[in-house]
Design a protein around this ligand. Structure first.
Ligand code: NAP
Length: 342
């Protein structure tokens, strides 16, 4: 058994058995099961050329899952990353394919999914990891920039989910993983636009979870704290420099200190990949809606908020007299749906 500690909780990974890439004893509706009961899943990971996405794709491939490592421009700008990813898992018999996907383009998402379904016969898990990071005072961003932030972090996930869900339903189960952020629970000054996109992802995940339950499809969100990936070096600045200048030293000092604190926290991004893999390998019905993974005490606020939020949707449904009706409908739909769970 492999263990990792996430927000003070210990996650235990089931042991991967059987050799990666080898024929398995019997096919299963949700991934493939070998003679020992080990489920190998067909997983799509967006933004897998760097950071959490790359580590997640590698870790999944090494544990015997079939991985579609999606990235932009795998034969161009990201060619070295694509090659590196193939090399890392090559020779280990791992089943990893690099596929081009830009989450802001409908046709790119549709093409990537068609390729995946053509090759693997379906999809069990989507990891919506691709993300961009806008930093600066809210008033200094144009509406177009704000749309750009949401187009990747929010609409991108919706695009990918939209093409994946019919295939998951056909298989009778699946899992949508969203990479949120501690900043999706708590908004800090100058990180507001990014935070708003991650807050949106929280809302979507909460709703997906209930909407998709009758189909045996799970939805979860992972909330990382600060980790040294390429996110900060790729960060986007506001278009309106004059508005930025109004904030002067205050802005520079706050963002500078934030970046320093992130470096000091010294987290290992592999912990985030391990948490994602742990959720994918956890039995359906046992995955928490939210998982905080954060270094240096950054988890305290989000964990407290998440605890407080547990049962809050149920309370609202109760207050509106909707709970029992909804539960009864979901139960009837579940009973009527043919599949099991991923
Ligand atoms: N690192 C942190 O401290 C932290 C904390 C909380 C949450 N997160 C979240 O974690 C996720 C991964 O970020 P990371 O930290 O690993 O940073 P990263 O190394 O910069 O990875 C971001 C990935 O998203 C990809 N991407 C951006 N726009 C895309 C698009 N239109 N289509 C497809 N892929 C696109 C990037 O590809 P290109 O290289 O081609 O741009 C890159 O592969 C993001 O959602 C981020 O918001 C990160």
């Amino acid at each position: 058994m492999k263990e990792t500690s996430v927000a003070g909780e210990t996650i235990t990974f089931p042991e991967a058995t059987g050799e990666a890439g080898k024929e398995v004893a019997r096919p299963d509706r949700h991934g493939t099961m070998d003679g020992t009961g080990w489920h190998r899943r067909v997983v799509l990971v967006t933004g897998s050329n760097s950071g959490f996405g790359r580590l997640t794709a590698e870790t999944l491939a090494r544990r015997g899952h079939t991985v579609f490592a999606e990235m932009r421009e795998s034969a161009g700008r990201n060619a070295a990353a694509a090659e590196g990813l193939r090399e890392v898992v090559e020779g280990e018999g791992s089943n990893l394919r690099v596929v081009d996907l830009d989450v802001t383009l409908d046709e790119s998402v549709e093409r990537a999914m068609a390729e995946m379904v053509g090759e693997a016969g379906g999809v069990d898990v989507v990891v919506n990891n691709a993300g961009i990071f806008f930093v600066g005072p809210l008033e200094a961003f144009t509406a177009e920039q704000a749309r750009g932030q949401f187009d990747v972090n929010v609409f991108g996930a919706m695009r990918v989910n939209r093409v994946a869900l019919p295939h998951m339903r056909e298989r009778g189960g699946g899992l949508l993983v969203h990479i949120g952020s501690v900043l999706g629970r708590l908004a800090l000054p100058f990180f507001g636009l990014y935070a708003a996109s991650k807050f949106a992802l929280e809302g979507l995940t909460e709703a997906y979870r209930r909407e998709l339950r009758p189909f045996g499809i799970d939805a979860v969100i992972v909330e990382p704290g600060t980790y040294p990936t390429e996110m900060n070096s790729k960060r986007a600045e506001p278009a309106d420099g004059a508005r930025v200048a109004v904030y002067g030293e205050h802005l520079k000092a706050f963002v500078g200190r934030f970046v320093e604190a992130a470096v000091e926290a010294g987290g290992d991004p592999q912990v985030v990949a391990d948490a994602v893999v742990g959720l994918i390998e956890a039995p359906a019905g046992e995955r928490p809606l939210r998982t905080v993974v954060a270094p240096g005490g950054q988890d305290r606020g989000p964990v407290a908020l998440n605890r407080a939020a547990e049962g809050a949707v149920r309370d609202l449904l109760d207050a509106m007299g909707l709970a029992s009706d909804l539960e009864a409908r979901l139960a009837r739909m579940e009973a009527g749906s043919s599949g099991g769970r991923a």
